[in-house]
Design a protein around this ligand. Sequence first.
Ligand SMILES: Cc1cc2nc3c(=O)[nH]c(=O)nc-3n(C[C@H](O)[C@H](O)[C@H](O)COP(=O)(O)O)c2cc1C
Length: 364
Amino acid sequence: MLETELTRALHIRYPIIQAPMAGGPTTADLVAAVSNAGGLGSLGAGYLTPEQIRLAIQEIRARTDRPFAVNLFVPEQPTESEAAIAEMTAYLNVYREALGIPSNPLIPSFSESFEEQVRVLLEERIPVLSFTFGIPPQEVIQAMKDQGSFVIGTATTVDEAIRLEAAGVDAVVAQGSEAGGHRGTFLKDASGSLIGAMALVPQMADHVSLPVIASGGIMDGRGLVASLALGAAAVQMGTAFLACTESGAHPAYKQKILSENEDATEITRAYSGKAARGIRTDFMRDMQQYSGTIPDYPIQNAMTRDIRQAAAKANRPEYMSLWAGQGLRLASSRSAAAIIRQTVDQANALAQRLTGLGTSGHLK
Ligand SMILES: Cc1cc2nc3c(=O)[nH]c(=O)nc-3n(C[C@H](O)[C@H](O)[C@H](O)COP(=O)(O)O)c2cc1C
């Protein structure tokens, strides 16, 4: 009942993709558990070095022989003035003092080399590549496809999906404004590209011939059936897996995910310089008062890294980035397999009920 063109193309049992979540949550255990349970596990590899990526892929392969995805960030070339960087460095020193870490840390590079990351994915012949923050160079998409990888892009508007289709991807994630984590917006301003999944998915499905993967606030079988009804061929769920047994999220972060509500999140550039949805923190609130310019991603991301890491070590969630979507109340601490099982059972029961409604005339 839950078979779609994507389950067939990806050789997976259920149209459920566990979202890639860079920064620790998507451990090899989580990715493999989701794939073993019939979904598609995804490794968030955007912040990993090429060697860390290779190791993680080997760990995943040691745990499952099912398909899995690896996700990368399409690189950006920010230009920020030295003055803005110096002003932010001075501002952030207040947090460093509060956390007892050195002021003015040296930042050797702002991000990992995309080319080197891609080289490992080609060498490892991964089954699925997904990416966000734009469109990779044509030769990268082609090389991945030539070696047999299925390629998935991320869009927050119909125009972005059309551009991804023209670039040759095999499927596109429709990232609704409910979604946790960074916005994948790459054509216009992020604040003008906040479209809820209920509006985004059917419009995208109407305007591209690629399979559309619904994402943002989808937490259970209700979200899955609703997404399929809107024209999606699968769902990508992040927050639903953030607090599960196999997630590598920090314990204080998991605790927040399990105790906060749908109104606890907002979109901020405070941590990384790129719009992202997370649970409101003191750091986000303070940064709203900042009178200077917040440097663009990935500069700000690199500049706050030591603070976020020290905050995690000191168990101080008020300074950590707590990315989360709006479906918070539906999050669960059970195993990934249990979450998938319940989602599938609920979706099947719901689909049957809706079919019954149709045949009994209620929907006529
Ligand atoms: C903690 C966290 C980290 C994320 N990291 C990534 C990432 O590395 N790459 C990516 O394409 N999307 C990332 N996302 C966005 C997800 O792909 C997806 O759009 C989002 O989780 C869907 O919304 P939901 O969290 O409400 O399910 C992240 C989301 C979260 C919550």
